[in-house]
Design a protein around this ligand. Structure first.
Ligand SMILES: [Ca+2]
Ligand SMILES: [Ca+2]
Length: 216
């Protein structure tokens, strides 16, 4: 039985299904496009087929954590939070909600393998070299006291764990009530080796090149 190109099976010998109970990255570790017709017959997890089918031509890295499927989606154009939410709903998923350090580390492992998941640059106003990573389901209630009040997950889950970047959330500009992965280094720096595991509050007009879906 031919092995699907680019499919990395960390625990299973060729031709057998990995257990959905085993945490790990199930796609190639670098973002790539998957063809739904190639996967049919090889992939038995309906959620993987759904993700691949609803996001044609998008490059992705996906894996399983505690029986949930997470898909880091790389977009060829920068996307605002509303666009990420649109695709997420279309796929029948929600933007990733993070409830523990282990879950945060797992989700970070999906997108830190490739710079294409980030909107990176130098901000002369703050004199920092930043890396803006994927959108996740961070949301702030309109009545929440700025900058730290009212944060929750946009699927309704309460926030029992958080991993804000230093001094975030900071309501840098009015309406910074959604969030994504983010980190920076002081001054002009090469951030390619900077592993991003922290979050920042952002606004509806901010954009980045990725988002993370979670299928329960
Ligand atoms: Ca805010
Ligand atoms: Ca901020």
């Amino acid at each position: 039985m031919p092995q699907h190109p680019g499919r990395w099976r960390p625990t299973a010998p060729t031709g057998t299904r990995p257990s959905p109970n085993v945490d790990g990255i199930y796609s190639a570790t670098k973002p790539r496009e998957y063809d739904i017709d190639d996967l049919r017959g090889l992939e038995t997890d309906a959620r993987v087929l759904k993700a691949v089918g609803c996001l044609p031509h998008y490059h992705m890295v996906y894996g399983m954590f505690q029986s949930h499927l997470y898909v880091a989606v790389q977009s060829p154009v920068y996307v605002q939070a509303s666009t990420a939410q649109f695709w997420t709903k279309l796929c029948g998923a929600h933007l990733a909600t993070i409830s523990s350090e282990a879950e945060n580390e797992f989700v970070a492992s999906l997108f830190n393998s490739d710079e294409s998941f980030f909107n990176s640059g130098y901000d002369p106003r703050g004199s920092v070299s930043y890396k803006m990573g994927p959108w996740i389901g961070l949301a702030q209630a309109p009545q929440g006291k700025e900058p730290r009040g009212g944060w929750h997950w946009d699927n309704g889950e309460p926030m029992v764990y958080s991993k804000w970047f230093a001094n975030m959330p900071n309501e840098n500009k009015q309406g910074d009530d959604v969030g994504m992965y983010y980190a920076h280094r002081e001054g002009k720096a090469d951030v390619r080796s900077l592993r991003v595991t922290t979050w920042d509050d952002m606004g509806p007009l901010d954009s980045t090149s990725s988002f993370v879906l979670e299928f329960e």
